[in-house]
Write a protein that binds this ligand. Sequence first.
Ligand SMILES: Cc1cc2nc3c(=O)[nH]c(=O)nc-3n(C[C@H](O)[C@H](O)[C@H](O)COP(=O)(O)O)c2cc1C
Length: 329
Amino acid sequence: MGPVCFAQPQTKTSTSFQQSSSLRNASQTFDGVKFSKSRRKPMSDPLFQDVIRKRRSVRKFEPGRSVDRKVLERIVDCGRWAPSGANVQCFDFIVVDDPILRDKVMEVFLRQAQRLVDHAKGFPAVKKTYLANTVAIVIVLGDPRWKVCFPQPTTEGWEKEYLENNEVIYQNSIGAAIQNIQLGVAAENLTSAWLSGGGEDITNKELSDLLGYPDWMKAYGTIPIGYPAATQNRRYRRPLEQALHWNGFQPTQYRTHEQVDFYESSLRPFAMYRDEETMETWSDRQEKLGDWETAFTTGTPNPNGQLENSADFSAPRTTGRATKRRLKD
Ligand SMILES: Cc1cc2nc3c(=O)[nH]c(=O)nc-3n(C[C@H](O)[C@H](O)[C@H](O)COP(=O)(O)O)c2cc1C
């Protein structure tokens, strides 16, 4: 069995599963790893819950720090253990821990951020100079050839049914690897972010020239890793009773087209960057939410239960404050 994806150093005979006090009296084995009988019952693992909640997108790191390569290996190993369609493992991981190369990666992302400001006006982006303070940057590459291993249409007219979903399987597999890496980072008491800009054509070309991978592979995820310089323990999450539907979709929990418009045009920067789990604790919630308070803080964003027909959301439908400001420039 390969190394187990966990925070502590591993050896073949001493995994942190085995070190865990709740498992010391293990009596069952699975694939060489012992489990206590009590593990057969569903029960919440506080360590796991802690790691899940600790995984925050932090974009401010302590300068001048470094980390052992063994830590980085354990983190990337978490990505290797991610699920993937047909187990194709359509990802590769480039770890940049050389400070000179890291700064060149940062330069690529500074140009990427400037393109966002110039050509994707209104998106609340953060300056990417913080990449200079990372201990490493992990680039998760997607290898599209492996899509051929997903279900292929063999009958005429079934391309849409299968090929579109192949793309979804491919992207989701890469997303799972990125997520696992971010969780691995959190389990090491480090912090990270998830940058998607490497997937943009110009940025990917610059990264492939710099890092030497074929330009038909794509840097779908870039994960800056560092020691957190800012405490960001919380982040807005919809109330559970709004997101969780028991035994079928509940129309009163549906978020209306107008709520999407409002989030996009007005609420987004605050929901993205404020260190608060619920908007109820915002001291300026009246000003920020206005009539939308119930929609964003309760389990019933749509009390009348009316659903809507699909609408064109391929572009923002209203102009918010940030967009207006940038359009003036
Ligand atoms: C697919 C995906 C793409 C993202 N792209 C970026 C990005 O380019 N830059 C960035 O700073 N954060 C990015 N994020 C992070 C989100 O902004 C962040 O996850 C969200 O605001 C919630 O915050 P949290 O991660 O702290 O819970 C991305 C997240 C995901 C899942």
